[in-house]
Design a protein around this ligand. Structure first.
Ligand code: ATP
Length: 300
């Protein structure tokens, strides 16, 4: 069965490679830093986050005029809720997150955070309020310590070390002769996907944003690494509004609400038990994944 799924995984990999920098939210951020495509509205106010409620109201979006990507997407994430977004490749999951970060403006409809239209607030205040743990974290050619501190350059040494510990990186760091002074990045120590995601989590812990976005890795991690990431993310997101593009069963089962996307539409929502009971799209997705796991032996 492994052989049957390999080509699919491989295609997914190629597709991701082709999308290149655009797939990576942090890279996109840098790209847009250089060419701001979106301007602040005249007289834009600072976003004031209270509970961290997120509301999509009849959102329509397309990258190109003749190809609708999101159609009439409506949902609310209550303050402090943990919401998972699931759906097939190309369903529009990352697009939802890009719109929330205002990399693009909606064509129709609005996105509100605590009742404030994100198109009417300063982008600086919007991005300050949101922390992202991307699939592929960008590391600088610096020490682990500097890579974490970059999230809040004025943080004290104690704060940085606390964030490293809370992201469950300290056990790994203790195995390195130079500890957190170890150089990483292109010219330094190569970190695994899971270790890089934990660096991103440490950055988020240091930044303390009220809203968290997590793009879970699709590639399979060893289960120890996966457990460490999930534990770290659960701890940092507790009490905060969080949106997770979910690929792991444990994440969806835990979520307060699951948004099921298909072809740019929100086709179902509810928690895991409610959606299974519905025996609709989500239930089919879930049983297909269960089946795959039983056959390729990667069950959790
Ligand atoms: P995956 O699970 O593969 O990451 P996804 O559900 O996150 O998929 P999106 O990345 O949101 O899907 O993409 C939705 C659709 O929008 C896809 O058909 C994709 O080809 C298209 N798309 C994404 N980014 C762009 C872009 N920058 N320009 C044009 N089309 C895009």
């Amino acid at each position: 069965t492994m052989q049957i799924f390999m080509p699919l995984n491989f295609l997914g990999f190629v597709y991701r490679e082709i999308r290149g920098a655009l797939a990576n939210i942090e890279n996109l951020f840098k790209l847009l830093d250089k060419q701001p495509a979106i301007d602040d509205a005249p007289g834009a106010q600072q976003l004031k986050v209270k509970g961290g409620e997120i509301r999509f109201q009849h959102v329509n979006f397309s990258y190109q005029p003749d190809r609708p990507i999101l159609r009439q997407v409506d949902f609310t994430v209550s303050p402090g809720q943990k919401v998972a977004i699931v759906g097939e490749s190309g369903a529009g999951k990352s697009t939802l997150i890009k719109l929330l970060f205002r990399f693009y403006d909606t064509i129709e409809g609005k996105i509100l955070i605590d009742g404030q239209d994100i198109a009417a607030v300063t982008q600086q205040s919007l991005r300050q309020a949101i922390g992202i743990v991307p699939q592929d974290t960008v590391l600088f050619n610096e020490s682990i310590y500097e890579n974490v501190r970059y999230a809040r350059p004025d943080a004290s040494e104690q704060d940085v070390l606390d964030a490293i510990r809370m992201a469950h990186l300290d056990t790994f760091i203790r195995t390195l002769p130079k500890g957190h002074h170890t150089l990483v990045g292109e010219r330094g120590l190569k970190l695994s996907g899971g270790e890089k995601q934990r660096i991103a989590i440490a950055r988020v812990i240091l930044k303390k944003p009220p809203i968290l976005l997590f793009d879970e890795a699709t590639s399979s991690l060893d289960s120890q690494s996966e457990q460490a990431i999930l534990k770290a993310f659960r701890e940092v997101s507790s009490g905060h509004t969080s949106l997770v593009i979910a690929h792991r069963l444990s994440t969806v089962v835990d979520a307060d609400n699951i948004l099921v996307m298909s072809e740019g539409k929100l086709v179902e929502q509810g928690n895991h038990a409610q959606l299974l009971q519905k025996q609709g799209y989500y239930a089919r997705l879930w049983y297909a994944q269960q089946h795959q796991r039983e056959h390729d032996g990667s069950g959790q």
